[in-house]
Design a protein around this ligand. Structure first.
Ligand SMILES: O=C(O)c1ccccc1NCC(=O)[C@H](O)[C@H](O)COP(=O)(O)O
Length: 214
């Protein structure tokens, strides 16, 4: 398995963010979705996020107003926008035009009980302006459920661009990732590495890093 990068998502604490920066975690995920128990603006200001000096700051949005995404991305100095809802092709194209050119777009595809043909169709319909896909488990909460989907479905489809894998990744199921033919460029970890929502268990994160580096 080629060594993937790591995204730790759902950060809310400055001291933990600093420790993750020191650990050279590749992506730091901040959730800008009010209904999430990890809604970052309940804990940190946009200024505090902007002062975090890291090239992989990802803002996670769910069916958010376009102007608000543009405003937050500027004020928080985000490097990536993760669209985790049902954003349309037109919305994404307009967002691309409005965002700073340096900011990359990650489009999430939530995997539920679609057939592989349906999934392929969804992937093929994505605008060419997106930079990455991210596969997560479908749920009413949109994300952060700790549930993994059947990763074998990824072997039945063609994934045209680099992708992040998420949804219930844990220390326990990490070894099953080897069954995926087209490997993700990044593993997105979240609720399986928490003491409570938004409060990360950094010892577990360190263990995960050492597993990946083996
Ligand atoms: O984490 C959340 O609370 C969340 C809520 C709504 C939309 C997205 C959310 N998280 C985004 C992520 O990228 C998570 O890392 C991803 O859903 C996987 O989470 P988990 O299944 O807990 O590992």
């Amino acid at each position: 398995m080629i060594k993937p990068t790591i995204k730790v998502c759902g950060l809310t604490k400055l001291n933990q963010i600093q420790e993750l920066v020191d650990l050279k975690i590749d992506f730091l995920g901040f959730i800008f979705y009010e209904k999430s128990p990890r809604y970052v603006l309940n804990h940190l200001s946009l200024e505090q996020i902007s002062e975090t000096n890291h090239p992989g700051k990802v803002g996670v949005f769910v069916n958010e107003d376009l102007e608000k995404i543009v405003e937050i991305s500027g004020k928080a100095k985000l490097n990536f926008i993760q669209l985790h809802g049902d954003e349309t092709e037109d919305f994404i194209s307009e967002l691309r035009q409005r965002l700073n050119r340096e900011i990359k777009i990650i489009k999430v595809i939530r995997i539920g009980n679609q057939t592989s043909d349906e999934l392929q169709k969804t992937i093929n319909q994505q605008p060419t302006t997106i930079n990455y896909l991210l596969f997560d488990t479908d749920s009413k909460a949109f994300g952060g459920t700790g549930n993994a989907f059947d990763w074998n479905v990824l072997n039945d489809i063609e994934i045209p661009i680099p992708y992040f894998l998420s949804g219930g990744i844990s220390l326990e199921n990490f070894n099953q990732l080897t069954t995926i033919n087209h490997q993700p460029i990044a593993l997105d970890i979240n609720s399986k590495f928490e003491i409570e929502a938004g409060n990360k268990d950094l010892e577990k994160v360190k263990e995960f890093i050492s597993l990946i580096e083996k």
